[in-house]
Design a protein around this ligand. Structure first.
Ligand code: NAD
Ligand code: TYD
Length: 351
């Protein structure tokens, strides 16, 4: 029998699939239950390499369904929860904010309730780990970094919904003594990211010689972390993080969008055997995102000093691996960009 049973929500998504893989492969004595509703962003193909592992179970289910969650916790004796399921794309939150309230806020509170009842019934329970974003802190100017003490100041419906869920997690710790831990991470990149986010969208568009829609002047700044390094950090926080604490996770790797896009173009020209400068001709400046946060940058001193985590990969290596993955996984890209994706793309970029 498995020593511990851990529920990972959103495990068929981008970051969740890397976390599930890491836990399934690293902890053979854990039973990993992946709960995912398989929205447009969830894809079981992300986990085909580990799907038949004896310590892995997939369950399709919706975290907004409270009675389903109660049943789930009654069936499985979970020792811990790692909660990643969410609506995660800022542009979608601008067009459909209520979906973000339902999944990110109501879904998280449903899960907290299920965990609370589970603990109340005397079952052993290590922790509820809520995976969040640095976007809850709002937007920085040219200087400074987000620390764990930075006041919340979310600016988009997405970040407002994540901030709200973070507050509920802390409230359940304070009020019901639920053992919780939270992390807030910067922008992730890497294999399996849905091509609505900047890096995979632009790789796909360059490949198909489609315009590269740069919002505003392309001067906004993001701090990019390779997804496997985030999964490693989640492993460390889950096992060593102090209860009730928050840990910021980031790559110390800031890029303006336009500088990053030019790097992508340069590497893609080489990979596609094109003359230098070809992909850059696809750059097209479009109307800025409403309320576009200017800069995110994480101070990751706490997780480094207290838990010994640092990113393992340099950006140059990470972006090369990422581009190679998308070029080598043509089928994955074709599959996720068919069907509903085409409607989304038309709506988002034909304004
Ligand atoms: P994603 O959109 O790729 O995946 C989300 C997953 O959640 C999908 O598999 C989807 O099917 C599932 N899901 C959505 N609604 C659900 C529901 N109601 N019930 C069950 N499952 C549902 O997201 P991601 O980029 O992998 O992000 C994962 C988490 O990490 C999110 O909580 C996000 O806020 C956080 N985060 C993301 C980033 C980033 O750069 N992508 C950075 C920091 C934090
Ligand atoms: P995104 O990948 O959506 O992540 P987030 O908004 O959560 O940081 O966007 C990263 C940056 O790229 C952000 O500043 C918005 C910008 N962007 C574009 O310029 N064009 C696009 O088509 C997209 C999707 C993003």
């Amino acid at each position: 029998m498995a020593a511990k049973t851990i529920l990972i929500t959103g495990g068929a998504g981008f970051i969740g699939s890397h976390v599930v893989r890491l836990f399934v492969q690293k902890y053979s004595d854990y039973q990993i239950v992946n709960l995912d509703n398989l929205t447009y962003a969830g894809n079981l193909g992300n986990l085909s390499d580990i799907e038949s592992s004896p310590n892995y179970t997939f369950l399709k289910g919706d975290i907004t369904d409270q009675s389903f969650l109660q049943q789930l916790f009654a069936t499985y004796q979970f020792h811990g929860v790692i909660h990643l399921a969410a609506e995660s794309h800022v542009d979608r939150s601008i067009s459909s904010p209520m979906e973000f309230v339902l999944t990110n806020v109501v879904g998280t509170v449903n899960l907290l309730n299920a965990a609370k009842e589970h603990v109340k019934s005397g079952k052993p329970f290590d922790r509820f780990y809520h995976v969040s974003t640095d976007e809850v802190y709002g937007s920085l100017h040219d200087d400074g970094f987000f620390t764990e003490e930075t006041a919340y100041d979310p600016q988009s419906p997405y970040s407002a919904s994540k901030a709200s869920s973070d507050h509920f997690v802390r409230a359940y710790h304070n009020t019901y003594k639920l053992p919780v831990v939270i992390s807030n991470c910067s922008n992730n990149y890497g294999p399996n990211q849905f091509p609505e986010k900047l890096i995979p969208l632009f790789i796909n568009n360059i490949k198909h010689k489609k315009p590269l829609p740069v919002y505003g002047k392309g001067e906004n700044i993001r701090d990019w972390l390779y997804v496997v390094d985030h999964a490693r950090a989640i492993d460390v926080v889950y096992h060593k993080g102090a209860l009730g604490e928050t840990y910021n996770i980031g790559g110390h790797n800031e890029w303006t969008n336009i500088a990053l896009i030019k790097v992508l173009c340069k590497i893609m020209d080489v990979k596609l055997g094109q003359s230098p400068g070809s992909s850059e001709q696809l750059i097209s400046y479009v109307t800025d995102r409403a309320g576009h946060d200017f800069r995110y940058a994480i101070d990751a001193t706490k997780i480094q000093n207290e838990l010994g985590w640092t990113p393992s990969l340099q950006f140059e290596e990470g972006i090369e691996k990422t581009i190679n993955w998308y070029l080598e996984n043509e089928c994955w890209l074709t599959q996720v960009t068919s069907g509903a994706y085409l409607n989304y793309y038309k709506q988002q970029y034909s304004k």
